[in-house]
Design a protein around this ligand. Structure first.
Ligand SMILES: [Cu+2]
Length: 177
């Protein structure tokens, strides 16, 4: 009786083993497998090319109180990132000045309000909410601002102009990706 049940157990084990062995090949026949690695090889190359020398962005502003971008992608691979601002208009800085200030989107309005009376840069001295700021420029001029990407890594940061009255039209998001 004991021998019989041992044999039975052994035969069940064999059957299970056979089943397991039969299942394995069903996962192996992946003729499409070689194609997958080839496809994933192309993607990193493309990404690397797109990011080469991309730790900077050329932003334009004009006499119509506008930037030419509503979002700037900041590659997470960059340690520092630079926004080059060009004023392509011709109006003087006192009438149509533009800058680029980096701060939390939620702080933008108060940063601009607190800097309203501060000439010429329109950013309060030592404002701890400001990650970075450029000079205020007029038509035909250029400036730039550089900041540590780690400082905006948590997300929710914007770039904006603090010239009085410009914030509503001149602001955009910074997306670290
Ligand atoms: Cu402006």
């Amino acid at each position: 009786m004991k021998l019989h049940s041992t044999l039975l157990a052994a035969s069940i084990a064999l059957t299970l083993a056979a089943c397991g062995g039969a299942e394995a090949p069903s996962q192996a026949p992946t003729a499409a497998a070689p194609a997958a690695p080839a496809a994933t090889e192309a993607a990193p190359a493309e990404t690397a090319a797109a990011q080469a020398g991309e730790c900077a962005f050329n932003l334009e502003s004009n006499d119509a109180m506008q930037y030419n971008a509503k979002n700037i992608d900041v590659p997470a691979s960059c340690t520092q990132f630079t926004i080059h601002l060009k004023h392509v208009g011709s109006m003087p800085v006192a009438a149509m000045g533009h800058n680029v200030v980096i701060a939390k989107a939620a702080d933008a309005a108060s940063v601009a309000a607190d800097g309203a009376a501060v000439k010429p840069d329109h950013v309060k001295e030592g404002d701890a909410r400001v990650i970075a700021k450029s000079n205020m420029i007029g038509g035909g001029e250029s400036t730039s601002v550089t900041f540590d990407v780690a400082k905006i890594a948590e997300g929710g940061y914007n770039f904006f102009c603090t010239f009085p009255g410009h914030l509503a039209m001149m602001n955009g998001t910074l997306t670290v990706k």
